[in-house]
Each structure stands twice: as structure tokens, then as C-alpha cells.
Design a protein around this ligand. Sequence first.
Ligand SMILES: NC(=O)c1ccc[n+]([C@@H]2O[C@H](COP(=O)([O-])OP(=O)(O)OC[C@H]3O[C@@H](n4cnc5c(N)ncnc54)[C@H](O)[C@@H]3O)[C@@H](O)[C@H]2O)c1
Length: 395
Amino acid sequence: MKIALLGTGLIGTFYTMSIHGLRSRDEVVIVYSRSEERGAKFAKENNIPNWTTNLEEAVSHPDVDAVIVGLPNNLHKAAIFAAVDAGKAVLCTKPLARNAEEAWEILQKVEKAGIFHGYLEDLVYTPKHLKAHASVENGAIGNVLWVRSREAHPGPHSDWFWNPEISGGGAIIDLGCHCIEIGRSFIGKDIRPVEVVCWADTQVKPIEAEDHAIGLVRFQNGAIGQFEVSWCFRGGMELKDEVAGVDGSIRIDNFLRTGFEMFSAPGKKGYVAEKAETDTGWLFPVGDEVHELGYNHMFTDMFNAIESGQNPIESFYDGYVVNAIMDACYLSAKTKKWEPVELKEWRGKTKVEPLSAFVEYDENHWLVKKETLPDGRKKVILKVKSSGEIIEKVD
Ligand SMILES: NC(=O)c1ccc[n+]([C@@H]2O[C@H](COP(=O)([O-])OP(=O)(O)OC[C@H]3O[C@@H](n4cnc5c(N)ncnc54)[C@H](O)[C@@H]3O)[C@@H](O)[C@H]2O)c1
């Protein structure tokens, strides 16, 4: 793949590290930056042969197969439109847009033009997520009842994130998009998100948008996706997921507490990990950040899909659904009520299986629970089928 990269900020850096690091046959051939100085420096540091301050020039470069959008959220739509008009496959970072209306316009544009589109939601491509997801698909934990996904850090690194006109919101639009898609991924992207309830507040930062939020997304089959996002969490970047199924559970730490801990009295003297607050004392580095954050598997999926004419795991339709869920969250945070997720088009299942999985104890009883007590006795809680009475039996 020959890539035009739009944006030379944090995500442009991570994307280039991933693309140039994993599959040497893929290459960023041109980078767009609005600053000549930054563009030239970024190109030199990353062995990119061309750089430009003209976005159209980047997307229409004759060598380019695919355009990657790594610009602030308010620029995603125009950048995607430019890539589509140039006839190039287009991959866009999260969130797809600032709201569902903008995301829908983007989706219409790519689909009408028949252009390949990939939504760069890296956190459903982390090695831990992929393995956990495969286990869920194999039935290892039964039907998924509840997914709790948490992303929390001390706040973003650039001015534009803090301006809701440019970014579309605060911690929900910035971090909630990841957590919501992680929830959809485990619960099933073909299960319709029906309604949400959300608390959001500005607890600490001198900004208009929310710096902290918690939300519940209820799915048509009764499963719940819970997200917890914060821009005022101290101590680094937490990326933590929990999945609870009828027959099991999964817990994942993708960052901060990955099993790698270091103590340095004089200081590590440099970068520790994304959003780390200090380089002295107890530190939590991350082994291979671009790998552990999912970028490698994400681009492998995207580029393989382009080459083989298949759909990637994450498309702009997914980005649109996530934007629609976030719109409902913003509304719910205002009304303090459950609010419906408004989707112009639902492409998943319309009929769903119930989540309940009754276990029969014997022909007259349902099993509610069995447990070994501290004194070694075995106890079962049963429901009598005929009367509905709940009883217990001790062995
Ligand atoms: N895990 C992830 O997937 C992830 C992580 C970080 C950021 N992002 C997303 O990537 C996008 C960029 O975020 P970032 O962290 O790289 O931000 P950043 O501030 O580090 O970089 C933004 C880039 O856009 C350029 N830019 C800013 N305003 C511009 C303008 N008006 N015209 C042209 N260029 C302009 C900047 O110069 C810079 O090169 C955002 O949509 C963000 O949500 C995704």
C-alpha cells in the first residue's frame, strides 16, 4: 500500500510508526501538514519521500492507493470528501465525525462513490481484544450480558481537543467513541443499540465541554455497554475492559497496568508511555505501544481488505453508529433521561435471541445457583417449576 497521510500530530506519528514498522511493503509516500516546517521535519524523520502543505496534492498523488485522515475532528469530513473525489480508498481515525449528521454525510459520500472506507478504531484490534473477542465468539463465556470499558487520562495533548466547536465535545467524543465500540464489538455489532442514559459533567477543567462521563448503552437483546471516560484521571492512561457473560468473564488492561513496572529515582529521562504524567518513581511503560494499542493489527486488516476487495472489521458505518450513540449520550446528559439511539438506517439483526440461559436441575426444578460453603457443605438454590417457589438444598 502506498499511503497519503494527512496530519503530522500524535496519531500521524503512531500510524507511521506502525505502517513503517510492521509491513515494510507498506509506505507513507506523501504527508500533508499545514506547516512547511513540520511537514519537512516529519517527512525527514520518517523517511517519507514527499511532503506538502496542499491537501489536494497529497490525496491525488499518482502513487497513492489509500488516504489516512489523522486531522482534528472538524476536518475529517472535508479531508474524506477530498480523498473520495480523488478516487482513493480512505481510512479515518476516530471519531468519524463530530456528530451523527456529519458522519451520515460522510457515509453517503463514500458509499455513493463506491470507495473503500475503514474506520480506524484501534482499540478493537489490540492483541488482547482480538483474543478475547475470538473466545467470546467461540462461546467461551456464553452470551455477553455486560461490557464495561474505561478510558481515563489527565486530558488531551493539543488545544483543539478542548474546543467543542472543533472537536464536537469533550471526553465522550474523544474517549467514549473507543469504549462504545469496544462494547458493540463484544456484545455483537449486529445487535441494535436501542437507548442510552448518561451522566456528564465538567468537574475540574476550565472548559465548556465535559471532562468526565459515565454512560449505559442498552442493546436490543438486553445487553448493557457501560462506558467510563475521564480527562481528569491522574496517573497515566487507563484502558480497561471487563466483559461479563452468562458462563464466564474477561478482564483486560491494555495500558498502564500491563505487567510492566519500573522504578526510577533519577528519572527515565524521556518518553515513558502515552499520557504518562511523570518519568520518576514508579513507572508503567508499555512494551510495544503501536502493537499493544492495536495499530498493527488494524492496518493489517485494513490493507488486506483493500487488497482482497473485502470489508474491514471496522467501516464508516460503524463510525456512524458510534456517533449516533454519542449524540444520544449528549442529549441524555442534558435531559437526565434514557434517550433513544436515532439511526437513519440499521444494518444488523432486527430479531434477537433472549440472553437468558436457564439451566435445568431436574425435571421439577431450575437451577438458580450452586456453591460450596466455607464449611465444605454444597448448597444449591432451586426454583420449583410448578409453583415458582425459590428453595435451597444443602448436601
Ligand atoms: N487512538 C486513536 O485512534 C487516536 C489517538 C489520538 C488521536 N486520534 C484522532 O486523530 C485525530 C488527530 O489527533 P492528534 O492526536 O493527532 O492531534 P494533534 O493535535 O497531535 O495533531 C493534529 C494534526 O492536525 C494538524 N492541524 C491542526 N489544525 C489544522 C488545520 N486547521 N488545518 C490543517 N491541519 C491542522 C496539526 O498541525 C497536526 O499535524 C483526531 O481526530 C483524534 O481524535 C486518534
